[in-house]
Design a protein around this ligand. Structure first.
Ligand code: EPZ
Length: 419
């Protein structure tokens, strides 16, 4: 089994380039199903989740080329065909459920196995299905599958009980070729939603208000091919910001700006981290004194849940009491047990974790309970005494490209091996 081994305690220095956002690329790849002309997506990191979605589209007849010289993904869906069920790949990655909206729109029918839950929560899809139903689809859920059928989707007004990222994306994709106007209220405002809408509008869609709580989509007849460069990964950038903070180092993070990072930067500033913005990056200075803080995860523009485990690793090393409240997922504290094994002092009380910072963490074997928790274990390992052996690294590879190489370039004592 592959493990990532980190030997603390090392100061980091130098620069790191941030990849394009996994959570922008996945819906964008799904959205190419809506178009039968060639689409080029630039700067695409070949992450595990990206290759699973590419495999899935190939099962449907997509012609997909990838150059790992230019990181360009070229997708031609002109010969896409309807396949009854695509079980193995959908089950492998829940984000593949994002193909339901585009397939339903293009073929008038889609049958997928229900995506399972995962370590962080049950991950329901009721809001996705509510949207499809309001757009005129018949929904049939049984035997572990969900089947949607619609001769022609018609625009409608859809209120989301929760600003679900995936549901917002799936409904946008189902609406762009529907007849008439669709309004999504209480829509997710994550930057990845804005990027998806940007991409679709370049293909001829008419989407207004993406990135805010109310999105209007005017149906069009056809989309044309385009070229798109997805936004940078704000969670990867945030992960390296925490790396600077926890290791009391200065790191130059390139290819980012502070627009999409505001919630993360503000909380790290409260912790005592300093930031110097420049033209195409941000220098993060984590050398100063650190202070305990309180964090509550919320839909964007609140503090992102995908940064919660990383911040918990940092706050575990800051003297004093910090409080972390997880409001987005019902079970995203699996990493607490792993951090506790390293000497952290954390008590869970329902949706809240009370973190009492300790002066020292010590290295040991730990698990990655989800992809962000895995990154948090590496961060803790950077400053733990001794060796930290991080297992289940396949979780980490789903969302971080060559994470250990990027940390090695910053001077960390880190490597991957089969153990
Ligand atoms: C996206 O997941 C991201 N994944 C997640 O990133 C991220 O944590 C999450 O948004 C929140 O920001 C991708 O974009 C591929 P949601 P998604 O639908 O769309 C409830 C990572 O680490 N809900 O916004 O599945 C649900 O139970 C991953 O990169 C419903 O109740 O998230 C959850 O509590 C992890 N009904 C909350 O909404 C629904 O139909 C947030 O889920 C859908 C969701």
């Amino acid at each position: 089994m592959e493990k990532i081994i980190v030997k603390g305690v090392k100061e980091l220095k130098g620069e790191v380039n941030i990849s394009s956002a996994k959570n922008a690329i996945l819906p964008i790849i799904a959205a190419t199903i809506l178009c039968d002309e060639k689409v080029i997506i630039k700067n695409t990191p070949m992450l595990e989740d990206v290759s699973v979605l590419i495999e899935l589209l190939r099962e449907l007849g997509a012609e997909i080329k990838y150059s790992n010289i230019t990181d360009e993904l070229i997708i031609d869906n002109s010969n896409l065909k309807l396949v009854d069920t695509i079980d193995s790949l959908v089950k492998k990655m829940r984000a593949s459920f994002l193909i339901m909206g585009p397939i339903l729109s293009r073929f008038g029918y889609c049958k997928l196995s229900l995506p399972g839950g995962c370590n962080i929560g049950s991950r329901p899809i009721d809001l996705h299905l509510k949207g499809f139903k309001l757009l005129g689809a018949d929904i049939n859920k049984q035997y572990g599958y969900v089947e949607t059928k619609a001769t022609k989707l018609k625009g409608n007004r859809i209120y989301l009980d929760f600003p679900s990222v995936g549901a917002t994306e799936n409904i946008i994709m189902a609406s762009v070729l529907a007849k008439g106007e669709t309004i999504i209220e209480n829509a997710a405002e994550e930057p990845e939603i804005y990027d998806l809408a940007n991409f679709l509008n370049k293909m001829g869609a008419k989407i207004y208000g993406a990135g805010r709580g109310k999105i209007t989509i005017i149906g069009v007849d056809k989309l044309k091919g385009t070229t798109h460069t997805p936004i940078y990964d704000r969670i990867e950038a945030g992960t390296f910001m925490v790396a600077a903070a926890i290791s009391k180092s200065v790191i130059d993070i390139k290819g980012i700006d502070d627009d999409n990072l505001r919630p993360i930067i503000e909380k790290l500033k409260e912790c005592g981290v300093k930031f110097i913005n420049y033209e195409d990056g941000i220098i993060v200075d984590g050398r100063g004194n650190k202070y305990p803080i309180d964090i509550k995860t919320l839909p964007h523009p609140g503090f992102p849940t995908d940064m919660q485990p990383q911040m918990m690793a940092l706050l575990s090393t800051i003297e004093g009491g910090s409080v972390i409240t997880e409001t987005v997922f019902e079970n995203r504290f699996m990493h607490v047990a792993e951090l506790t094994r390293m000497g952290a002092d954390i008590k869970i009380d329902g949706k809240t974790a009370l973190v009492n910072g300790v002066s020292k963490l010590t290295g040991c074997e730990v698990k990655s309970t989800d992809l962000r928790a895995g990154a948090a274990m590496i961060l803790a390992g950077l400053v733990a005494e001794g060796e930290t052996v991080v297992g289940d690294v396949y979780h980490i590879d789903r969302g971080y490209l060559n994470i250990e190489e990027k940390f090695k370039k910053l001077g960390a004592n880190i490597y991957r091996e089969d153990r």
